[in-house]
Design a protein around this ligand. Structure first.
Ligand code: CO
Length: 318
């Protein structure tokens, strides 16, 4: 960290006398000089948006919180869908063969199981608690189909952008079984660390250019949680059970709501009667985004190229 960074950070921290102190675990703040320096700027909720019901794939019912007209994207995050239903007719049709190019898709299962297959011959089962981080890069064609005919199906799909220099990178999978995902206590919360560093544990997803933090956080009744987030990363919470009060202002987010966080060096959360959420943070890419269906590029011309490659059977490089 440069000296000017230190000075800037101290001056930011110095103005925060009224904000509650946050634990410094894992925080790269400068060495403490006064008590004020020990506190971290807690991010406030900038925007609170309810997920919209939608369908995708061959008719799977979803709640979309990111990638809607109301909230198009939060660089580098492009889309967040939650599927949560015990009506088989809502999910049985699954996501048959479809292409992707130019970004990453992340599937995280809470309950139930999906099977994925792709054009390169990869195949795998995603069961409860597992995560798949797929770098589509130059192109894949894959399917994600339910591996059950009844019962609860509950999980998420997140889309994360790639910078221009990596949009045509070789496709890569990280398929991570539940037991490879560390669990830790932070404050009163139980935290599964999928990607990034939290509570002294590092998530198994690695080598992702946007340096993501992805946590599944369960806060018990009357419990609290805090987590440092690099000041230059964008971040959001998506509450998928109960309710969570976020930031020094304790803005309440209920189940099915996404809370975009403002600037700061960390996040605090509390819950009156328990809640569970995904916390996502990542380094913004800051490039133009051209998106069309399953393709996310920088320009319209590159989208036309992707469509042309797909239609002529050249999307997948062998
Ligand atoms: Co897909």
């Amino acid at each position: 960290m440069s000296r000017s960074d230190l000075i800037r950070r101290r001056s930011v921290l110095a103005g925060l006398g009224s904000l509650p102190a946050l634990a410094l675990a894992g925080c790269d703040a400068p060495a403490p000089i006064t008590r004020k320096v020990l506190s971290m700027q807690g991010r406030e909720v900038l925007l609170l948006v309810s997920a919209q019901p939608t369908t995708d794939g061959a008719g799977v019912k979803l709640s979309r919180s990111l990638g809607t007209r109301e909230l198009e994207m939060l660089d580098p995050f492009l889309m967040l869908d939650e599927f949560h239903t015990d009506r088989a007719e809502d999910y049985l049709a699954g996501f048959p063969d479809h292409p992707h190019r130019g970004f990453e898709t992340v599937t995280y299962m809470i309950h139930g199981a999906m099977e994925h297959r792709d054009s390169l011959g990869n195949q795998g089962r995603l069961g409860p608690g597992s995560v798949q981080w797929m770098t589509a890069g130059s192109g894949i064609i894959h399917s994600e189909m339910p591996k059950q005919v009844s019962g609860l199906m509950w999980g998420f799909q997140l889309w994360v952008n790639l910078p221009a220099k990596l949009k045509m990178t070789r496709p890569r999978y990280q398929d991570l079984a539940p037991e490879t995902i560390p669990e830790t206590q932070i404050g009163d919360a139980t935290v599964r660390v999928l990607a990034g560093l939290a509570g002294g544990k590092r998530g198994p997803v690695e080598g992702i250019v946007t340096d993501p933090l992805m946590l599944d956080v369960t806060v018990p009744a009357a419990g609290t949680f805090q987590q440092p987030i690099p000041a230059d990363h964008n971040a959001f919470l998506y509450v998928f059970d109960g309710s969570i009060d976020i930031g020094p202002g304790r803005r309440r987010a209920n189940r099915g709501q996404i809370a975009v966080l403002g600037p700061g060096e960390g996040v605090t959360a509390a819950s009156e009667s328990s809640g569970r959420f995904l916390l996502l943070a990542g380094k913004p890419i800051g490039e133009p985004v051209a998106r069309y269906g399953p393709f996310v590029m920088n320009t319209k011309e590159e989208i036309r190229q992707a469509l042309d490659d797909y239609q002529s059977g050249r999307l997948v490089k062998s």
